[in-house]
Design a binder for this molecule. Structure first.
Ligand code: SF4
Ligand code: SF4
Length: 113
């Protein structure tokens, strides 16, 4: 009947884009973002990525203030159309410690219920 699962509806506050930590990108996402930015793959990798903390793949670099390199203004993602799965999945698929104090998402009944 009714699912008790909670769904968090993003309010696009941009706070998670300012949270320090790796934004990991898969090989497919790396290629898609490079294409979206009209950059050769190697140029994109050199300018906008670094080896992630576990040295298992690439992550987006951060600005000196710690926010994501692709955050423009308070809440505009410059690669919204091709943003990584990690970004799309927060906070419904994964959460970081203390996330609820910074995330403005609203609790809703699950869309699937
Ligand atoms: S890629 Fe976009 S959605 Fe993901 S952290 Fe950066 S600005 Fe935010
Ligand atoms: S912190 Fe929460 S509400 Fe704000 S943009 Fe990120 S997911 Fe959406």
């Amino acid at each position: 009947m009714q699912s008790a699962t909670t769904y968090y509806q993003c309010q696009r506050c941009g706070n998670c884009c300012r949270w320090p930590g790796d934004v990991r990108i898969t090989d497919d996402e790396t290629a898609a973002i490079a294409k979206h930015l009209n950059l050769p793959l190697q140029d994109f990798i050199e300018r906008y990525t670094h080896l992630n903390a576990n040295r298992t793949g690439l992550s987006l670099i951060e600005k000196p203030n710690g926010e994501c390199i692709f955050l423009e203004g308070p809440n505009h993602c410059q690669i919204q159309a091709v943003k990584p799965h990690q970004c799309k999945g927060f906070p419904n698929e994964w959460q970081f410690p203390g996330w609820r104090s910074v995330c403005e998402a609203i609790e809703m009944p699950s869309p699937a219920s």
